[in-house]
Write a protein that binds this ligand. Structure first.
Ligand code: 3PG
Ligand code: MG
Length: 397
């Protein structure tokens, strides 16, 4: 494995796997959030300024059967040009004669963007021949696609074997790994994880892994009601996964044995329907009347969480505390974000990851005030579960 910091890119064509799977407007195909493109720019500039050229590989969306207009990377060419301040050449196929010719003609300091690798099903199949065709286009392989590192696809993992001595992480990938490892392995204490979101089922493995790493785990959002019901609370018509009541109890039990504090909301903002304009009330979280549902954390809980976070040295946040997409039910999520920002100002290391919590810090304009915002959704979750991601493994091995 090489390091991007010491590798010589002079006169080399670097095949860079990025995750430019950015959201596009359905009608105009304009990019609605370019965070992921911006995040890879330092890697691209480093290669170009080191005397190399860049061949970009990425997927966009989940095309089913070959090329689809809605998922064409031609929609993002202009934005890459603007952000890299360099002309971007576009190849309408990612493999084959045209791609090879475009790569041959590529000069020092230039960028070539290959069309969506998922227009070939060989990509998601992790097909070796396809990976070899991609590999033919460059002299070295840089993986900067943290957001796709949990996929064992041709361009994210398999391709690495064709560059045994010329493969490396990009700067974004490095920063992501350093940040998550800091949360999981730092000896600074106390360490607090905030796990929210709708479903216990999608977060069990993560919580179980975090029980061995953190001092406290705050559980909020929709999944909290399953924990409250499991302990005998009345949750009205709040979100619940009845099949996971026992799991919730066993998590609480395991935490006790390990001396990890599980912190649940004590009060909640309830609504008489799932709507921003619903009638609201604030009650104890285990005394929700029939016909009402909890959609946000209450004021007392916010104070409890704030106290825990203000003492924390390491903070991980994944998953919102309520239905923050509704302005009337965003306070709990906003307050947790504020508490994290405050703790960060006092020296804590804070990592925010997962689509919804990242959307939340962006909505509240706080993304610059936490230590690190991850570009990975699923990838970060799998990393937190303790899985060695295929994209990372392929570079290291
Ligand atoms: C993402 O947005 O989660 C990544 O780009 C991976 O995309 P995928 O879930 O379609 O593999
Ligand atoms: Mg995904």
């Amino acid at each position: 494995m090489q390091s991007i910091h010491s590798y010589s890119f002079q006169n080399k064509k670097a095949l860079v796997r990025v995750d430019f799977n950015v959201p596009l407007d359905k009608n105009t195909f304009e990019i609605t959030d370019d965070t992921r493109i911006k995040a890879a720019v330092p890697t691209l500039k480093k290669i170009l300024s080191g005397g190399g050229s860049v061949i970009l590989m990425t997927h966009l969306g989940r095309p089913k059967n070959g090329p689809e207009e809605a998922y064409s990377l031609k929609h993002i060419v202009k934005r890459i040009e603007e952000l890299c301040e360099t002309r971007v050449i576009f190849s309408e196929s990612c493999v084959g004669d045209d791609a090879e010719l475009a790569s041959e003609k590529l000069g020092q300091g230039e960028i070539l963007l290959l069309e969506n690798v998922r227009f070939f099903k060989e990509e998601t199949d992790g097909d070796q021949n396809f990976a070899e065709k991609l590999a033919k286009l460059g002299d070295c392989y840089v993986n900067d696609a943290f957001g796709t590192a949990h996929r064992a696809h041709a361009s994210t993992a398999v391709i690495a074997e064709f560059f045994p001595n010329d493969k490396m992480f990009g700067l974004l990938m490095e920063a992501e790994i350093v940040s998550i490892d800091k949360v999981l392995n730092s000896t600074d204490e106390p360490k607090t994880a905030i796990v929210g979101g709708a479903k216990v089922s999608s977060k069990i493995t993560i919580i179980e892994n975090l029980l061995n790493k953190m001092n406290s785990i705050i559980i909020g959002g929709g999944m909290a009601y399953t924990f409250i019901k499991a302990q005998g609370g009345k949750i009205g018509s709040s979100l619940v996964e009845d099949e996971f009541l026992d799991t919730a109890l066993s998590i609480i039990e395991k935490a006790k044995q390990l001396g990890v504090e599980i912190i649940l909301p004590v009060d909640t903002v309830i609504a008489d329907s799932f709507s921003n304009d619903a009638q609201r009330n604030e009650v104890k979280i285990d005394e929700i009347p029939d016909g009402w549902m909890g959609l946000d954390t209450g004021k007392v809980s916010e104070q409890v969480f704030d106290k825990v976070l203000s003492n924390s040295k390491v903070i991980l946040w994944n998953g919102p505390m309520g239905v923050f997409e509704f302005d009337n039910f965003q306070t709990g999520t906003k307050q947790i974000a504020n508490s994290i920002v405050k703790a960060t100002q006092n020296g804590a290391f804070s990592l925010v990851g997962g689509g919804d919590s990242v959307a939340a810090v962006n909505k509240f304009g706080l993304a610059q005030q936490v230590s690190y915002v991850s570009t990975g959704g699923g990838a970060m979750l799998e990393y937190l579960e303790g899985i060695e991601l295929p994209g990372i493994k392929a570079i290291r091995n």
